[in-house]
Design a protein around this ligand. Structure first.
Ligand code: B4P
Length: 194
């Protein structure tokens, strides 16, 4: 399985990607987690992206693409992946498609987690109190939602046109969202294979 997770900030991409990857026995790769590890480790990538992440802006496409290339290729060889947080823009999706096609590893399914703005804000505020993430302050949360609408939401149409989009109502308790996602993915896979 090669799956992309799309959703607004705080929609539960990380939460669900981990569970879906475990269910299908593939790797979970998170662009956000990898970037945060670079920031925490003070690497050159970390220093280049820290300010943008703290402001709630996307980091440059080239940095994300270079950072993900190796883990994605390795996971493809080992049977697949759930890629959470990438692509974030149509440009990233197009560039990734060209690379993946060369490797014979084009993605077949994208899962979109739909969650109301009100619930997104509630979750990110709660996470801000628990985990102290610099991008979970009120001002940055609003900016991240705007960035999603402008830059990432067009991906929903992009994948719907390619007939590989699975939509899941993410506005429910974690276990219910996981069950709906797995059911939707099984159906999509049987249609693709059938
Ligand atoms: P991400 O790490 O992708 O962060 P996110 O969108 O906030 O989180 P996610 O949707 O995974 O939510 P989570 O499961 O944690 O991105 C962070 C930053 O990295 C971006 O702003 C950008 O700067 C940069 N970045 C990443 N990828 C990039 C790319 N491709 N290009 C450019 N820049 C990129 O869930 C949120 C909270 O809700 C958690 O506390 C969770 O416990 C809770 N929760 C989850 N599901 C729930 C449910 N069903 N009910 C109640 N609570 C729930």
């Amino acid at each position: 399985m090669r799956l992309l997770m799309i959703g607004p900030p705080g929609s539960g991409k990380g939460t669900q990607a981990e569970r879906i990857a475990a269910h299908f026995g593939v790797e979970h790769i998170s662009s956000g987690d990898l970037l945060r590890q670079h920031v925490a480790g003070g690497t050159s990538i970390g220093r280049a992206v820290e300010e943008r992440m703290n402001r709630g802006d996307l980091v440059p496409d080239g940095i994300v693409m270079d950072m993900l290339r190796r883990p994605v290729e390795a996971a493809t060889r080992r049977g697949g992946y759930v890629l959470d947080g990438f692509p974030r823009t149509v440009e990233q999706a197009e560039a990734a498609y060209l690379v993946a096609r060369e490797l014979g590893a084009a993605v077949r399914i994208a899962l979109y987690l739909e969650v109301s703005d009100r619930e997104l804000v509630r979750r990110m505020r709660a996470r801000g109190r628990m985990a102290g993430r610099a991008d979970d302050s009120d001002e940055v949360i609003n900016h991240r939602l705007e960035v999603f609408t402008e830059r990432t939401a067009p991906l929903i149409d992009y994948y719907a046109r390619r007939e590989c989009l699975v939509r899941v109502d993410g506005d429910r308790p974690v276990d219910e969202v996981t069950a709906a996602a797995i059911a939707g993915l099984r159906e999509a896979r049987s249609q693709l294979d059938g």
